[in-house]
Design a protein around this ligand. Structure first.
Ligand code: ZN
Length: 422
């Protein structure tokens, strides 16, 4: 039996979230009202029934899509006339081929095309990163498909708004960029229901909600904070009574929706504006990563998105990589002189000793940096690998963030492999 979010959670290796997932039975269809059905999976699949046929909103990841379809078909066997894609992430578009039939219309916001091309263009780059981030074997990558090689399924693309009516039910679609540039919100005025994709709940974090990933460290373009804020405002202006997320549970009641989405919007705005003010006052990105903290009054965790990563995402999104230091203009990174530093220190031992002192002083990140220095000199240095493993475990035990924990586990595995191959 599958469980809600099982895929997302495998990827994120989050113990707390796994426990949450285990409480959810994915095999049930959730009836939102007499016409809206939801299969909670990764990501959620919705079916809206009308007298003239059905509309599917998102199709889940390819390995979970068939089960979702079977469950929904048991509720209504009427023909599917439209598929609406809230965005082009794989866990929302994987099931498209299962639903395709002659005459079906598939709708996406126009940025979908470039988004899926971007993912395909860099497939070889993303494959090992996704495998590491999601703790799964790397996907087989074929020959490069070119810059514009993605399969484009949508038959209808729109820029700002698109409205259609099926069986007397009006569907209004709005461009609402946020987690991806192609995000759309599907709004059904008759039910006061807004399908907002992943612009609120991320991978389905339970309350208290987490701050979002303005930048996802597995590799994405920074997600444009001001667009995200405006998109949440657009959803709030609809005065929805039901918000249906790409992952996780619906939010019910306009008051609750207002409270949650406003808090989320304000948190993004707070971090964005703090970065901009810091940049304007001449602060560098690492200073701002250390300084900017979300006030506790927002009551948002950092279990999914980390504020410091978002600070860097916003900073780099605005300014790129150059930090005004002439040393960094050139193609030689600081690590190019690490072996020389080790030699100057009289060999690896004093540097490893320092690395362990840092760990004992509660500074595990400095330990990691120092082991990087030694391993650049001798990648098999077992004392350095051992110190590194201790620092990674120290950080893993204290991590409150699923994504960070996943990458630390990746680092632990790699370090253990190197130690075992001595
Ligand atoms: Zn998703």
């Amino acid at each position: 039996m599958h469980r809600i979010l099982s895929v997302a959670l495998l990827l994120c290796a989050g113990v707390g979230l796994r426990a949450y997932a285990a409480d959810q039975d994915q095999t049930k269809v959730v009836k939102i009202n007499d016409s809206i059905y939801m299969v909670p999976t990764s990501g959620n699949v919705y079916m809206v029934t009308t007298p003239d046929g059905n509309v599917i909103i998102d199709t889940a990841a390819s390995d979970l899509a068939a089960e979702a379809k079977t469950l929904l078909a048991a509720e209504s066997r009427a023909p599917v006339k439209y598929i609406i894609l809230t965005h082009g992430h794989a866990d929302h578009i994987g099931g498209i081929p299962l639903w395709e039939q002659p005459g079906i219309q598939i709708i996406a916001q126009r940025n979908y095309v470039e988004f899926v091309n971007y993912v395909t263009r860099l497939e070889g780059f993303f494959a090992p990163r996704n495998a590491a981030a999601f703790n799964r074997p790397p996907k087989e990558v074929g020959p490069w498909a070119g810059n514009y090689g993605a399969k484009i399924d949508p038959t209808i693309l729109f820029d700002q708004e698109y409205t259609f009516t099926l069986g007397g039910v009006e569907f209004q679609l709005f461009s609402t960029p946020g987690e991806t540039p192609d995000h759309l919100t599907a709004w059904i005025p008759a039910y006061k229901a807004a399908f907002i994709g992943d612009n609120y709940a991320g991978i389905g974090i339970p309350e208290p909600m987490s701050f979002p990933n303005i930048y996802a460290i597995r590799g994405t373009k920074p997600r444009w904070a001001l667009d995200w804020i405006n998109s949440l405002d657009k959803v709030l202006a609809l005065k929805p009574e039901v918000v249906l997320n790409g992952h996780g549970e619906p939010i019910l009641g306009n008051q609750e929706i207002n409270q949650r989405l406003t808090r989320y919007r304000d948190a993004i705005q707070y971090v964005h504006d703090a970065v901009v003010k810091g940049m304007n006052s001449g602060k560098d990105v690492f200073t701002l990563m250390q300084e900017i903290r979300l006030p506790p009054s927002f009551n948002l965790s950092e279990s999914f998105g980390k504020v410091s990563w978002s600070v860097r995402g916003i900073y780099d999104g605005y300014a790129g990589w150059f930090d005004m230091n002439p040393s960094t203009m050139y193609e030689l990174p600081p690590s190019s002189v690490y072996p020389d530093l080790v030699k100057a220190a009289g060999g690896p031992d004093p540097v490893v000793r320092l690395a362990l002192e840092k760990l004992n002083a509660g500074k595990p990140v400095e330990t990691l940096h120092l082991t990087d220095v030694v391993l650049a000199y001798d990648q098999k240095n077992s004392a350095a690998l051992d110190a590194r493993l201790k620092a990674l475990n120290y950080l893993r035990e204290r991590s409150q963030n699923y994504v960070e924990a996943g990458w630390l586990e990746y680092g632990i595995t790699k370090t253990k492999e190197k130690l075992a191959s001595q």
